[in-house]
Write a protein that binds this ligand. Structure first.
Ligand code: NAI
Length: 377
């Protein structure tokens, strides 16, 4: 059982899919680990640390691998070097990328998308959306505070009193909860909103105030999977009125609202941005999925009417070492499921709900029901 860890080909990706710690554990399960040179460098892991953990380093690490571990979906050039039937595990970004999924099927690899992990207790330790969103939520506050020209905590000094910054978090999933906690630790006065009622108590338990349109639709807004539904036009209008009034008094706004498989909901309009005091900062964590904020530009810090709108991409990757450590651990627990410990070989439990939910391609076809071509599904 040969497991390869690829070096990411995308220059904007600093994370790596294994750490010396996960290499050791995979070895103890009977795997041979081969790492592409420099794979961990941008996450602060030199090749020597991988070799000390028992891996070998090879330029052609992926060529004969039974399993390839990656952060991002492999491109056509990478796929050409994988062997047919190889298992490839990564964050596959499958929505709207049919051609890329077909390319993986055509290459004959068995691809697993870590972001399709079901939200069940057993899979919590494999949940990359959670492990990475948590870090993105933290980093969003750090990025906001570095763009903000004032302090976050209240300070009483001989030269005068500095008021606490007001931080508003929109969308309180994993990222939003960590953003609230981080902003509170930095001494800000925090409010937050979401469309899922379950969130209210969580917000309050972190010492923040919950603000939302709590009508009948709100009471039904959570799916069985724990995600938000797309809200009606009427709800959106009521929500916009509430937000418009609140946002103009805020110093920092962090938006994280997402709906699986859909464009991000637009929560902050140009007028709302203009209503904020110059020097205010908005961080749009949903910018990769269309953005929650009008005027947010992917990969840029945009200045709109004196307000900075931060649109960094791959925000978890801005904490590459920590993000890699958690991602690698997610992969390790997922792989553990696929390894027969006594035979020390791969044995994928195809009927396991975790496997069924995450497998994208197999035997030359796109097999996931959400992405398979309609005639084949
Ligand atoms: P997400 O990244 O899909 O969305 C972020 C937040 O945006 C969500 O809280 C969502 O309700 C909110 N949102 C969507 N549309 C909105 C709108 N129009 N206005 C305001 N807010 C809006 O969500 P995430 O972070 O992936 O978490 C979703 C849920 O899954 C949470 O309840 C979380 O606790 C739960 N979860 C469960 C796990 C498990 O049981 N294994 C693991 C991880 C998360």
């Amino acid at each position: 059982m040969r497991i390869a860890v690829a070096r990411e080909s995308d220059p904007a990706e600093d994370r790596v899919a294994a750490t010396p710690d996960t290499v050791k554990k995979l070895k103890s399960l009977g795997a041979e680990l081969v790492i592409e040179p420099g794979a961990g460098v941008k996450s602060g892991i030199p090749d020597a640390e991988f070799t000390a953990a028992g891996a070998s380093i090879a330029g052609d690490a992926v060529n004969n691998a039974d399993v390839v571990l990656k952060v991002r979906r492999p491109n056509a050039i990478e796929l050409a070097s994988y062997k047919k039937g190889a298992i490839v595990i990564a964050i596959m970004d499958p929505y709207g990328n049919d051609t890329a999924l077909k390319a993986m099927a055509d290459a004959g690899v068995t691809a697993f998308a870590m972001e399709l992990m079901p939200r069940i207790t057993r899979a919590q330790s494999m949940d990359v959306l959670s492990s990475q969103a948590n870090l993105a939520g933290y980093r969003a506050v750090i990025d906001a505070s570095s763009e903000y020209g004032r302090a976050l905590p209240m300070m009483m000094t001989a030269a005068g009193t500095v008021p606490a910054a007001k931080v508003f978090v929109m969308g309180v999933g994993v990222a939003g909860l960590q953003a609230i906690a981080t902003a509170r630790r930095l001494g800000a006065v925090v409010t937050a909103t979401d469309v899922r009622p379950a969130v209210k108590e969580q917000v309050q338990s972190l010492g923040a105030k919950f603000i939302a349109v709590e009508d009948e639709e709100f009471k039904q807004a959570e799916t069985a999977g724990g995600y938000a539904k797309e809200m009606s036009k009427e709800y959106q209008a009521k929500q916009a009125a509430l937000v418009a009034d609140h946002i103009k008094k805020q110093d920092i706004v962090i938006t994280t609202a997402l709906i699986p498989g859909r464009p991000a909901p637009r929560l902050v309009s140009r007028d709302m941005v203009a209503s904020m005091r110059p020097g205010s900062v908005i961080v749009d964590l949903a910018v990769e999925r269309g953005g929650n904020v009008e005027g947010a530009r992917p990969g840029e810090v945009a200045a709109v009417d004196g307000v900075k709108i931060v649109g960094h991409l791959n925000v978890a990757g801005r904490l590459a070492a920590t993000a890699s450590a958690l991602y690698a651990k997610n992969l390790l627990t997922f792989l553990d499921l696929m390894i027969d410990k006594s035979a020390k070989s791969l044995a994928v439990p195809w009927d396991d709900e975790i496997v069924k939910a995450t497998v994208l391609t197999r035997d030359g076809a796109v097999v996931h029901p959400n992405f398979a071509p309609k005639s084949a599904a």
